[in-house]
Structure formats: structure tokens, C-alpha cells
Design a protein around this ligand. Sequence first.
Ligand code: CP
Length: 326
Amino acid sequence: MNPSELSSPVIPTEPVRWIHKDLTGLQALSKVELTLLLDTAAAFKSVGTRHIKKVPALRGKTLVNFFVEPSTRTRISFELAAERLSADVINMSATASSLTKGETLKDTALNLQALHADMIVLRHSSAGAAQFLAERLDASVVNAGDGSHEHPTQALLDAFTIREHKGRIEGLHVAIVGDILFSRVARSDIFALTRLGAKVTLVGPSTLVPAELKRLGVSISHDLDELLPELDVINLLRIQHERQRKEYFPSLGEYTSLFGLSKARAARLKPDCLVMHPGPINRGVEIDSDVADSSRSVILQQVTNGLAVRMAVLYLCNAARSGEWV
Ligand code: CP
């Protein structure tokens, strides 16, 4: 083991520019702030290659991972990210909490803060839940997905993965395909990627990709086949049955025949076009199983990069709140 591994904390490039104790969404962030998040994540990614994968940045801090909706990737990677930063981590689910006895979200969070929680990572089915808490707590609040509103760390890891492979985001053509209407990932991706200079096209049936989304600075297409040869990145989204209150297309089979990334469609992509998916994937619906497992798929690399991105978010938000830049 190299002794320097123990004594060389990661220093973000210019921490003074990050002023937010919370991360509840990407809509209001500038290109400079997004780039700082990605650069800090790049520095933290190198920690994962060391013999000792921990840095002391959050030593003595307590993080509560509060997931009111199910999650695999986001919950585990926030937990790992906090542990790699040397924080104490408490995992909490809705069903095992006093929410089931009628306690409000605000009271629950105030009680966590009374127990000296420094940071709360919240996944919730209601849009705006993280912002609601951020405005009422001294603790940092990080949005791990709120209803159909935003999933900021997913979009950051998507942007990170694109930049890692392509060396840039500016000027790339990115298609986001599928259930845009109900997708918090799509909204956060749109905010991040357009601000970082990508051309973003939303693709899907008109019921799931309404024309008014153009006001977000994107193009809209209902014809995936005509777009395929010009894309640099294609990001497939899951159909979110749990948020849909009515049928938005005749059948899953018809959806797949028009918008699923089949092997035949994948063959029409540029050779270096990245295939992305935030997960969980529905094999054979939005993406063919062989395409999901192919060499052009970066789906599992997205998951790996989520760890570095979440370390960066926790590090920066904690430092902005406490004034402690390690
Ligand atoms: N992409 C994503 O948010 O996955 P999980 O729901 O498993 O966290």
C-alpha cells in the first residue's frame, strides 16, 4: 500500500463556486456549477481505484438515506458514497418508519435532524418533496428522485458517462426515448444536457411526448427510425406504469415495435453511438436483451459512475452547509 493513499484527500477544482447546501434539482444550475459537479466526480472516481477506497471528507457526519419509494441503484450507491466519504449512514424505509402511524414527512425529517442528521437523501413519490424539506431543515437535503419531477444525480451520472466516453457534451446529439411525460430522469437529463450544450431530441408517442416540452429547449420526434443514423447517444427510458393513470399507447407490443431499440435498429446507429438506460430495464420492451448486453451499451458503467457522482454531491453540499472544505 502506498502511504500517500491515506493522506491525500480529493480536492475539488474550485470548491468556492459551490454554494448550495442542498441538491433538489438541476433546473436552476448553471453550466459552471454542472461542470464543477462533474469535475469533482472525476476526482472522486479515482478514489475507487485505490487500495484504500475511503477519504475522510465526511468523517463525523451522519447521513440518513430515506427512501419512501423502492430503489436498488440510487439507494445502494448513496450508501456506498457516504461510507467512502467516512460518514455514518442510517438507512430508513417508509414501511419501517412512523410515517405508517400518520407522522408527517416534515415531522419525520425534523426528528432526524434532532438526532443530529447532517444530511438527508430523500426519494419520494411526491414532486417537490425534497425542496419542501430543504426549505425547512438546516441539514442538507439531496433529492434521490421526487415523483415525476427530477432525479438530479441520475442526470449527473448520465452526463458524466457521456463526457467520459466522448470527451465532451457540447454539440452531441442525444435522443431520450420513451416515457418522457412521467420521467424525472428525462426532466433532469434535459436540464443538464441542454445547459452543457447538447442537442436533445425527445422521442416517443405523442401521448408521452407532448409538444409543449419544446419550451425546455429540445426537439421532438415521433419517428425513432429516421433519427437513428445521426445520434451520438440514445437513452432509453422505462415505461413507468406505476405513475400512469390511463393507457398512453394501445399495447406494450405496439410500443416496442415503434420505439424499442431492437437489434435491427441498433445496427443503424453510428458505430460509436452510446446506448444508455437509467435502469431498471425491461428487457424486450424498451431495449432488446442483446443490445442491452452489447459492447456499445454503457448501462452498467452508468451505475459505476453513480458512485463517484454521489460522492461529489455529498461532498460539495456538506461543505457548502458546514463551511468545512477538506
Ligand atoms: N435509476 C434509478 O433510479 O434506479 P433505482 O430506482 O434502482 O434507484
